[in-house]
Design a protein around this ligand. Sequence first.
Ligand code: FE2
Length: 426
Amino acid sequence: MATVFLRGATLPDGRTGQDVLCEAGRIVAVGPALSAPPGAEVIDAQGWLLSPPFVDAHFHMDATLSHGLPRVNASGTLLEGIALWGELKPTLVQDAIVERALQYCDWAVAKGLLAIRTHVDVCDDRLLAVEALLQVKQQVRPYVDLQLVAFPQDGVLRSPGALANLKRALDMGVDVVGGIPHFERTMQEGADSVKLLCELAAERGRPVDMHCDETDDPMSRHIETLAFHTHRLGLQGRVTGSHLTSMHSMDNYYVSKLIPLMAEAGVHAVANPLINITLQGRHDSYPKRRGMTRVPELMAAGVTVGFGHDCVMDPWYSLGSGDMLEVAHMGLHVAQMTSLAGQQACFDAVTVNSARILGLQGYGLVPGCRADFVLLQARSPAEAIRLRAQRLLVVRAGEVLVRCAPATAELRLPGRPATVDWTLQR
Ligand code: FE2
């Protein structure tokens, strides 16, 4: 493995002029004015922002890049997306799922996204998608950490065979227990599903990540049940509530009790800004609710909040490119996190916070961590979000995977001096 020496980077905490020495795939030193060992590959970072890689805390890789198959989502709602996915599912073939997932991983790496937690639907008795994504997980291991969640899309209690399939998926090597309590037939069945799935996770020593309360119904309170069973079963730090969009519409008094309960239980939260802002509020006239969960309030209470991309070109969302800076950009706007600290927190939501949610080992820019990082054409995290900055370099275990030339615009405007300006990269 090559010895790589990166000279003169800016770190996300604002330190400038930082050199980074990587040996045998690990970071061995970070600091100013280090010496490059003989034979090292020296890369001049030119003061650009060096970040640990982006981490996507919530994705659906079995559906990605299937947009238009067999038709597009006409209403744009979550429920039509689920129905459409149900039409597509019986026609899926394993090779096509693998091919689309590999294609998406190429996109992800090009954008500096090197760890993804993806849900995989287990409601198809063939478990084709599970087999496909387990294969993809092995194949991409040298460049992407893929974590799989056994996701009963049609409801673990509502869909016949779903529980048995979910257990089979775990036996096959799927990492995390998923769920979708708001899609069960009743509130009671939703609560029962949370209990059942948390107990299953506790029994098997697995983490939990549930689609939870992805609805505009303020009475959808499965997150309370999830926090309760997390606490009861001693699963603190191992359970994640994804989406939590009903929290947007809940009564403030109730939320003032709920958020401390979540913090006490050590439940993590994942918001999916691009999807929440497009799928939620569809039954509203005006005003239309934003539908994203209460990100700054959760963060202020000490809950770890990550952002996910959720969907890219699938039955629920026709856009996306694997760019977590686009996700952070939308999250910042929807949550009105425009202060400098708020912008930094949105950057954390697509890097360190999501890494914590996935339980990644050796993640970060300190000695001992795996030498994974992305060099961004920006001077700070806030600027990286504002510009959705060019990825100049993506490095995994000390190996350069992606190199892009700096993006600049050459301006020749009448009455203005001719300039070449990197800040016009977008
Ligand atoms: Fe999702």
